[in-house]
Design a protein around this ligand. Structure first.
Ligand SMILES: *Cc1c(COP(=O)(O)O)cnc(C)c1O
Length: 226
């Protein structure tokens, strides 16, 4: 299968998931996760009209960014070390992995130096797996309240990762959990603007994520498989 055929197949599946859940396809933005491929394949997918590019490691992301920055919208989706913040802020348009106050402080400080604002997702560890990053849901409200002091950070939504398992009901409950937290935070008006975005769903589970309200899906394998 070619890259173009993979994209077409994914778009069909997005369409179907939207029909099932009576959602508008325009609400779903697909991020091509290019961590498995080189600059040329990243260029290829941009030229095929996929605008959003996701990378999870700074050292892999920067060469692609330097080569192709003006062609796309750049998402940092992986764990971000505080000492790498300088290399990312001012380049990447979105950070999906805000999960601790020390990171927020570093992002805010750098953003102020550059006189910019940074769109962030707060990563939430809904599944409770120890191997996964993210804020513990029990601490989420306090965390959100603390984030408000960093005025160069614009929180736009929440991000999560489902466990890598077969049980579809369990996967669904993780995505639904993230949506319910988003709705609760909005209901309590923790932020001045309601949070609109949910970054959830990967190659194995994006259809379920769409049915549960995803607005950004992050796809690697399913796009770049041969
Ligand atoms: C790698 C990665 C993805 C994409 O995973 P696939 O299963 O290949 O689609 C999505 N989100 C994050 C945070 C990742 O690291």
């Amino acid at each position: 299968m070619s890259l173009m055929e993979n994209i077409q197949q994914v778009k069909q599946k997005i369409k179907k998931a939207c029909e099932i859940s009576q959602r508008n396809e325009n609400e779903i933005k697909m991020i091509a996760v290019t961590k498995y491929v080189d600059i040329e394949q990243t260029r290829e997918i941009l030229e095929l009209g996929i605008q959003h590019i996701g990378e999870n490691r700074v050292q892999h992301a920067l060469p692609k960014y330097e080569a192709l920055s003006s062609m796309g919208v750049w998402h940092f989706i992986g764990h971000l070390q505080t000492n790498k913040v300088k290399q990312v802020i001012g380049k990447f348009d979105y950070i999906h992995s805000l999960d601790r106050l020390s990171l927020a402080e570093a992002i805010d400080k750098r953003a102020k130096q550059l006189q910019t604002k940074v769109k962030c997702f707060i990563q939430v560890n809904i599944s409770g797996e120890e191997s996964k990053g993210g804020v513990n849901p029990a601490e989420l409200i306090d965390f959100c309240k603390s984030i408000r002091q960093y005025d160069s950070i614009q929180v736009i939504g929440f991000m999560t990762m489902a466990p890598n398992i077969k049980n579809q009901d369990l996967i669904r409950s993780v995505f639904r959990g993230l949506r319910e937290w988003r709705d609760q935070i909005n209901q309590e008006k923790i932020f001045s603007e309601p949070l609109e975005e949910l970054s959830m769903g990967m190659s194995n589970d994006f259809e379920i994520a769409i049915e549960e309200g995803a607005t950004f899906i992050r796809l690697g394998t399913v796009l770049f498989k041969n």
